[in-house]
Design a protein around this ligand. Structure first.
Ligand code: DP6
Length: 329
């Protein structure tokens, strides 16, 4: 009763920010993302005769909120498989230290596949995405590779809220996302808490969800016709709107740091000089750039002159979650 899976993180071009159901992790709006190649989370799950579930991430024993999310996924798997055994979970990421890239999307997809297979279940991508969603919302988009859309769904039980692939990685192999690490301190307010506060107190929340849904339509079309100019402009606008809604929360949520704005100015300068370069910003200070592979050397050179402590990690569209035979224990 042991299985291992590898998954990649994803970065949203149209953000998920706000839930209509906290317990089932159902989003207030649809979202669209790219799964990133290169970076990955590998997770092994074994069910057996032990008194409690345990989990380890990159050599550290997990506790508190992180562990309860894992136990939630394990509980759902136990009910589906009709088993009672407790699990040992070991997970490892290859993310360069403090990339600011959340490991939760990759980790959530990897545990959904590893736990379900270890329990003898053979879930289809839709069921797997629904299971991954219950651990962390954005994880449902890492089940498939390439470009994925999380359909918000309408059903109360969440059975129609899962991610589907809009286009495979081969659709746009020369597209790159470049994660820029300008701040390595952990953010003070988690995404879960930030979106909860925005939904509860921001007068702009309703406008955010409304515009996110229309942004999604135009972003999907731009993606399908590989129109970087249009896609980049929509993604930037969408992430500004998410941050605007968060800034208007009470108490306000500001994830940006002075260096974030400096990098944004640099991007705008390069763009004014003719380079097709855009950014998106999750609930943190580190921008993720969107450009073509041919632009990466120039971007890296400009960033290099910007500060020696700055790190840039470029990724092309990656694959979905996969089961492997090499277990971590
Ligand atoms: C800003 O998926 O981490 O990255 O569902 O509460 O676990 P929970 O939140 P999480 O939120 C991600 C928010 C975001 C935007 C996005 O990835 O769409």
């Amino acid at each position: 009763m042991k299985a291992t899976a590898v998954a990649h993180p994803n970065i949203a071009l149209i953000k998920y920010w706000g839930k209509r159901d906290e317990e089932r992790i159902l989003p207030a709006n649809g979202s669209l993302s790219m799964t990133l190649d290169g970076l990955c989370a590998t997770t092994t799950v074994e069910f057996g005769a032990r008194s409690e579930d345990s989990a380890q991430l990159d050599g550290r024993r997990m506790e508190g909120g992180g562990l309860s999310r894992i136990v939630k996924v394990l509980d759902l798997v136990r009910v589906k498989a009709g088993i009672d055994a407790r699990a040992r979970v070991v997970s490892k990421t290859n993310f360069p230290k403090a990339t600011g890239l959340a490991s939760s999307s990759a980790g959530g997809a990897a545990i959904a596949m590893a736990a379900s297979r270890a329990a003898g279940l053979d879930l289809d991508p839709r069921e797997l995405s629904i299971l991954a969603r219950r651990g962390s919302g954005s994880a449902c988009r890492s089940v498939m590779g390439g470009f994925c859309e999380w359909l918000p769904g309408k059903a109360e039980d969440g059975s129609d809220s899962f991610a589907t692939q809009v286009a495979p990685p081969e659709h746009w192999p020369e597209l790159r996302m470049v994660a820029i690490v300008c701040e390595d301190e952990p953010k003070r307010v988690s995404s879960t808490e930030g979106m909860r506060r925005t939904a509860a107190t921001s007068p702009y929340f309703e406008a955010w969800t409304r515009t996110a849904d229309s942004d999604l339509e135009s972003a999907r079309e731009a993606l399908l016709r590989r129109d970087l100019g249009a896609l980049g402009a929509i993604a930037e606008r969408n992430s500004w709107r998410m941050h605007a809604a968060a800034l208007a929360a009470d108490p306000p949520l500001c994830y940006l740091k002075p260096r974030t704005l400096e990098i944004i100015e640099l991007i705008e300068g390069l763009r004014a000089g003719g380079l097709q370069l855009f950014f998106t910003l999750d609930a943190g200070a580190n921008p993720v750039l969107l450009c073509l592979a041919s632009a990466v050397p120039r971007v890296e050179m400009r960033l290099g002159s910007f500060g020696a402590d700055l790190k840039a990690v470029a990724a092309c569209p990656g694959s979905g979650v996969q089961a492997i035979d090499r277990h971590l224990f």
